[in-house]
Design a protein around this ligand. Structure first.
Ligand code: ZN
Length: 46
């Protein structure tokens, strides 16, 4: 699972694929942010 950050307002969404549109400001460009939780159960592949 990846964390996506809206380039415009900083809204974050946890989603497998890149979101098409920000649900806060409707911006359409997101940056991927890696999140490492260190566990083996959540499916984050860490
Ligand atoms: Zn936004």
């Amino acid at each position: 699972m990846a964390i996506w950050v809206c380039d415009n307002c900083g809204f974050t969404k946890e989603w497998r694929c890149k979101p098409k549109k920000c649900s806060s400001c409707e911006w359409m460009n997101f940056s991927k942010k890696e999140e490492s939780c260190g566990c083996v159960w959540c499916g984050c592949k860490k």
